[in-house]
Design a protein around this ligand. Structure first.
Ligand code: SF4
Length: 219
């Protein structure tokens, strides 16, 4: 068998694979590098890895639920948010600070529409598949991630953290699809501007959905 054609085919395959990886990397970065209101780019995937890595926050859920109370929208925060949006340099600095703080704590990907209060303060966007409504079918019986088997599934982490605080019902809320134009923007500013009000449904949808009857009920 002649080896040259085989080597050429392998080379072509490698180049093709490299192009695919590069395209994925670029699309991941362009997705998070959404322009701020003045058109400048601020967002970056922390660590610029290809896929987000499920992350267990180092801070307890209890502390974060308490901290959240301090950040709840009020007139002062609304005024600050409006001012930041009117001053692009300050907005950029503020967004970078948010990215650093939340990136370190939650592996925040800067989706701009924060789900943390409804997920036990485990970021669903740190799931490699970025699933906002529960785990995929690949989670192992031990609760480990399919993509990073050495890490616990972020939804397992979310459930455990919410359960510790009696908030597991939060996880039955349906997260609506996010607005992809918000990638890289400040979720705090969005929150204070009242843009997060419809991020998730008020109930789990079961009351309005057709109920699936159990086999013994249909008999
Ligand atoms: S839900 Fe979005 S804004 Fe909130 S921590 Fe995760 S990526 Fe960041």
């Amino acid at each position: 068998m002649r080896i040259q054609p085989l080597l050429a085919a392998i080379r072509r395959e490698r180049v093709h694979h490299g192009e695919e990886v590069e395209m994925t990397r670029r699309s991941t970065q362009s997705r998070v590098a959404t322009p701020a209101p003045d058109g400048s780019v601020t967002g970056e995937v922390p660590g610029s890895t290809l896929w987000p890595r499920p992350t267990t926050p180092p801070t307890s859920a209890r502390a974060l639920y308490r901290l959240h109370r301090l950040l709840e929208p009020n007139r002062g925060y609304a005024r600050l948010a409006r001012w930041l949006e009117a001053h692009p340099r300050a907005y950029r600095a503020f967004t970078r600070t948010e990215e650093k703080v939340k990136g370190h704590t939650f592996n925040c990907q800067m989706c701009g529409q924060c789900a943390l209060p409804a997920t036990g303060y485990a970021c669903p966007m740190s799931c490699p598949k970025q699933l906002r409504n529960g785990p995929c079918g690949g989670v192992s019986a031990e609760g480990m991630c399919e993509v990073y088997p050495e890490e616990p599934c972020v939804w397992v982490v979310a459930y455990e953290r919410a359960e510790q605080e009696g908030r597991e019902a939060d996880l039955t809320l349906l997260q609506r699809p996010i607005d992809h134009r918000q990638w890289g923007r400040s979720s705090w500013v969005n929150y204070w501007q009242g843009r997060d009000d419809r991020l998730w449904t008020e109930d789990d949808g079961r009351t309005s959905s057709p109920r699936v009857r159990a086999a013994d009920e249909t008999a």
